[in-house]
Ligand binder design. Structure first.
Ligand SMILES: Cc1cc2nc3c(=O)[nH]c(=O)nc-3n(C[C@H](O)[C@H](O)[C@H](O)COP(=O)(O)OP(=O)(O)OC[C@H]3O[C@@H](n4cnc5c(N)ncnc54)[C@H](O)[C@@H]3O)c2cc1C
Length: 399
């Protein structure tokens, strides 16, 4: 039996930050991680570059609004450990961060562009006599009497306080297999059914020939209960439908209403229908001998342009031109569903936050039990908000 003051299950972003904070107070901390190394998901984030947070407008209240409908719950933890403090944390340990100026504008990455450096700062911080990380240890069950007994196949840990930071159920190959939900349940917590969030969408229409074609700036619109919802940014056609940041964010806003939802894609959101019609009238007239598709190359990737317009420019009459403008500004699609939760960037659902004190991340049901990160029913848009929550909630739980 290993005895400790604080046990943390999970060495992902949230568990590592919780351990760093808890260890600062001098308490004995034991971290149990089922993988053979820390931060397996963290290493994959931001395409291996780790988009750890976002600058937004610089106004913290506006930053917090991005977490809607979970903004009230995250308010205290983000205020306590906001993006600047997170960036300072890494800077003070030798890892400067940079703000993306093109593409994902405002997204914050380590200057080295390596997620492994983010992970290294955290694990180096834990090289202290009062911290023990036990790798290759999958926790199977937890019991609470006066203290917590945390059981693995190999041994048990007795701890005064417990932080569960086991993540959601997305990308289970990284270790987040949902076992944390069973622990929370066994300690009296309600679990909101997990569903995929920030996930590619499957469309009824198939675009196999366009799979892999990406468009840099698309406005996606749909209507749910008479309310227009939109998302803007880069997208990519896939074998089953559409993906990319704008689609992932759209999937989050609409996540409970996606089945059979009709949406439209505006491939040229910076130009009005009228101006585009004028532009195309001129371009087709000036390029009579070229194909209509090639006239669209300056707006769109070749494969998509040729899918939208075929024939010679000289053959494009007014009706056909209006149809092309219609497809460019309002390309209709019907959502058949989402990719499976295993392929989702993040899980919606998890431990019900109504049963967690947002000021401390402590359970309102089980004294001494704390949660950190994606295991809770909190999710946020793409752009660094999910890792910021993992770090901020980890900081609070560790404190
Ligand atoms: C491909 C991809 C890219 C992403 N990119 C970004 C990005 O750029 N920016 C951003 O903000 N967010 C991004 N996210 C989301 C972000 O990674 C998560 O929000 C964040 O990692 C959650 O951290 P966590 O510590 O709560 O959970 P996890 O990182 O999932 O960590 C949980 C840990 O607990 C361990 N564990 C689970 N069960 C047990 C058990 N029973 N016993 C012992 N250990 C256990 C797991 O092995 C794991 O190491 C991305 C997600 C994916 C999948």
């Amino acid at each position: 039996m290993i005895e400790t003051g604080i046990c943390i299950i999970g060495a992902g972003a949230a568990g590592l930050m919780a351990a760093c904070t808890a260890a600062t107070g001098g308490k004995n901390v034991v971290v149990a991680e089922s993988n053979s190394a820390a931060g397996r998901k963290l290493l994959l984030t931001g395409g291996g570059r780790c988009n750890l947070t976002h600058t937004h407008t610089g106004n913290i209240d506006e930053f917090i609004r991005e977490y809607k409908p979970f903004d009230k719950f995250v308010r205290h933890c983000i205020h306590t450990f906001p993006p600047e403090k997170l960036r300072d944390f890494f800077a003070q340990r030798g890892l400067e961060t940079i703000v993306e100026q093109n593409g994902c504008v405002g997204c914050v990455f380590p200057k080295t562009n390596r997620s492994s450096d983010v992970c290294k700062v955290l694990t180096d911080e834990l090289k202290k006599p009062n911290v023990k990380i036990i790798y290759g240890t999958k926790i199977n069950s937890i019991k609470k009497d006066d203290d917590f007994t945390i059981q693995s196949d190999k041994f048990s840990i007795s701890a005064k306080s417990l932080i569960i930071a086991t993540g959601g159920v997305s990308w289970p190959q990284t270790g987040s297999d949902g076992s944390g939900y069973q622990f929370a349940k066994s300690l009296g917590h309600k679990i909101i059914t997990p569903i995929p969030c920030l996930v590619p969408l499957i469309t009824k229409e198939k675009f196999t020939s366009l799979a892999g074609v990406s468009v840099q700036d698309v406005l996606i619109s749909g209507k749910i209960a008479n309310k227009k919802i939109t998302s803007r940014g880069a997208m990519i056609f896939t074998h089953t439908g559409i993906g990319g940041p704008a689609v992932l964010d759209f999937s989050r806003t609409a996540c409970e209403h996606l089945q059979n939802l009709k949406i439209s894609l505006d491939f040229l959101p910076n130009i009005s229908v009228e101006n585009l019609d004028l532009e195309l009238t001129k371009s087709f007239a000036e390029n009579q001998n070229k194909t209509a598709g090639s006239v669209l190359y300056r707006f769109l990737p070749k494969a998509l342009a040729e899918r939208i317009a075929d024939g010679k420019s000289s053959q494009i009459d007014k009706k056909t031109r209006k149809e092309i403008v219609g497809k460019l500004k309002s390309f209709p699609l019907t959502i058949a569903g989402t990719e499976v939760i295993e392929k989702a960037t993040i899980t919606r659902g998890g431990v019900d936050t109504a049963e967690i004190d947002s000021k401390t991340m402590e359970s309102k049901i089980c004294k001494g039990l704390f949660f950190a990160g994606e295991i809770m029913n909190v999710d946020a848009p793409c752009g660094g908000y999910n890792l910021q929550f993992a770090f901020s909630s980890g900081f609070l739980a560790g404190t």
